[in-house]
Design a protein around this ligand. Structure first.
Ligand code: FAD
Length: 521
């Protein structure tokens, strides 16, 4: 077994053409085509710092056949239908699904309870939301099989590198149908058109191994035996008991936070982030980032921006979040009477628009803790979402303002074309956000305009509100056992509990919770 490792910088037209790339990699190694058994791409990233963007590739050139496990399958699942221990997992988002798979690997039987519908049926409710402005409180962009990550950009990079094995999560996704490119790209993503099939394959694996996944099954109550959680009660009144409960209901399950509060299970108010989504022509971002009129074979350009602002003597960050190149803005409300936006992209990222959340931190001191206690952040979030809906006319049309007008403080006489399907209404966004948040966002946008030419102008518009970036509530847990500090048998998990942000970190947290459940027996 022998291989050579190589790193090269290639022009995009060579790097993205399979044959030209193969020849260039061999040439760089000094090999003739017949001398290599296999070329295995290991890493791909874009270096846009020079005059012309280049693509940096790392590859293994195998002179003999590579080991059998180089391309998977990497994971096998034994039958757990008769396992001695069962685990209830509430929520089929990334945290819940990956917790279920890990339970199976560990010999535990998972029963996943999901309030929404299977990934295919869910699509109809998304169409009704986009076209008829009807919000189904159990089936929408946040709720349903695959969770909030299903109809998304499917970005898979995370800064939570110490919280688990990222490569393991990516391999699991590849084994369930995601493109192997995600193992190679510096900023991997799957795309909203490809994610549903991957999510369905994850569910099929759980069921094939004897686990259960139940849809249209909303958990409405807890079976608490003094300080021990024995199980849950569903909306139809069915009581289900198990050896442990992993609660992975995501940051939008407000009824779960209310339920915990009502049943005396300790929760805590937590800082979160709130702002708007900004939409530019993708071409403007491509030109700024690549300095090319036409990006050619290069992927739609993205950006990551951050600025420290001063507001009433306090430092607050303003940053871009969940940037979706070549994407769409989507309605992410989970109840009628509120407007929430988020972003998604297809795998080819080929829409004419670039959108990104631009948000600022909301700290505990910004909330009315005296009046609302642990739910203060949630109430503030709700209040702004409801104001967005009211000011834009009580439908799913979203309030919007051209960015240059927002900076000047004038209402836009006309809005731009948008990817947001329900439509936009011209509104003074300061009225939606309040003066404090609006002022911080303005400071951020001005700084971003200095970093990206054309960014902070009327060529862009802001759409509100981007309010579901992170959970406004934490469900505490012990650092070692991952169990709630006061309630035995309850394992708060994923983004809703405040321990993850994004698909990969939620998946890793799901795996950790499954491991913690086993360790607790
Ligand atoms: P969730 O995914 O929120 O899953 C929770 C699940 O619990 C849901 O399916 C919900 O229906 C279910 N549930 C809630 N309450 C109950 C109940 N009472 N009973 C039963 N089930 C219940 N992250 C990225 O990393 N990359 C992206 O590109 C990206 N894009 C996004 C685009 C959009 C439009 C949205 C909304 C989010 C995006 N995110 C993205 C964020 C990402 O989706 C979340 O961070 C991630 O899904 C959190 O995983 P989770 O499993 O903790 O929670």
């Amino acid at each position: 077994m022998s291989k050579r490792e190589i790193e090269v910088l290639l022009p995009p037209e060579v790097a993205y053409d399979e044959f030209a790339r193969y020849r260039a990699l061999l040439a760089a190694t000094g090999l003739e085509p017949g001398e290599a058994d296999f070329v295995h791409l290991r890493k791909r990233s874009i270096d846009a710092r020079g005059r012309q963007p280049l693509v940096r590739l790392r590859a293994d050139i195998w002179l003999t056949p590579p080991p059998a496990d180089t391309f998977g399958p990497w994971f096998q699942y034994s039958d757990v239908s008769r396992a001695r221990r069962t685990v209830l997992i509430v929520g089929a988002g990334p945290a819940g699904l990956f917790a279920a798979l890990r339970c199976i690997e560990l010999g535990l039987k998972p029963i996943v309870l999901e309030r929404g519908k299977d990934v295919r049926t869910r699509r109809r409710d998304l169409a009704a939301l986009n076209k008829e402005h009807v919000v189904n409180p159990d089936s929408n962009y946040c709720f349903g099989e695959g969770g909030a990550g299903t109809y998304s950009d499917g970005k898979l990079y995370t800064r939570a590198t110490k919280r688990g094995d990222i490569q393991r999560i990516l391999r699991l996704l590849v084994q369930h149908g995601a493109t192997p490119d995600i193992l190679v790209d510096a900023h991997p993503h799957i795309g909203t058109n490809k994610l549903p099939a991957v999510v369905a394959a994850l569910r099929d694996t759980i069921r094939a191994a004897g686990g259960e996944v139940r849809f249209d099954t909303r958990v409405d109550d807890l079976i608490l035996d003094s300080n021990h959680l024995r199980g849950v009660v569903t909306a139809t009144g069915e009581a289900l008991e198990a050896d442990a409960v992993i609660l992975a209901t995501g940051h939008s399950a407000r009824d779960i936070y209310e339920l915990l509060h009502r049943r005396g299970v300790r929760i805590e108010a937590k800082p979160f982030a709130l702002g708007v989504r900004v939409e530019h022509p993708q071409q403007l971002i491509d030109q700024a980032q690549y300095r090319l009129q036409d990006r050619g074979p290069l992927p739609a350009a993205s950006y990551a921006l951050v600025h420290q602002t001063q507001w009433q003597g306090k430092q607050r960050g303003v940053f871009s979040f969940c940037m979706c190149p070549g994407g769409f803005i989507v309605p992410a409300a989970t109840a009628s009477g509120e407007v929430v936006v988020n972003g998604m992209s297809p795998s080819r990222r080929d829409s004419r628009f670039a959108n990104s959340g631009i948000v600022t931190a909301v700290e505990l001191e910004d909330m009315d803790l005296a009046q609302h206690g642990e739910l203060a952040g949630l109430r503030l979030q709700q209040e702004i979402e409801q104001r967005a809906c009211a000011l834009a006319g009580h439908t799913q049309r979203a309030p919007a303002q051209r960015l240059g007008d927002f900076l000047k403080g004038t209402v836009s006489p006309e809005l731009l074309e948008t990817s947001y399907q329900p439509g936009l209404v011209s509104v003074n966004m300061e009225q939606v956000l309040g003066a404090g948040l609006a002022d911080r966002l303005r400071q951020g946008f001005r700084d971003f305009g200095r970093k990206i030419p054309g960014y902070a102008t009327n060529a862009a518009q802001i759409v509100g509100v981007e309010s579901r970036t992170s959970a406004p509530v934490r469900i505490p847990r012990d650092r070692t056992t991952l169990e709630h500090p006061e309630i035995r048998g309850l394992f708060p998990c994923g983004e809703g509990a405040g321990f993850a942000g994004g698909i990969v970190s939620a998946a890793m947290d799901g795996e950790r919770c499954a491991e913690a459940v086993l360790a607790g027996f």
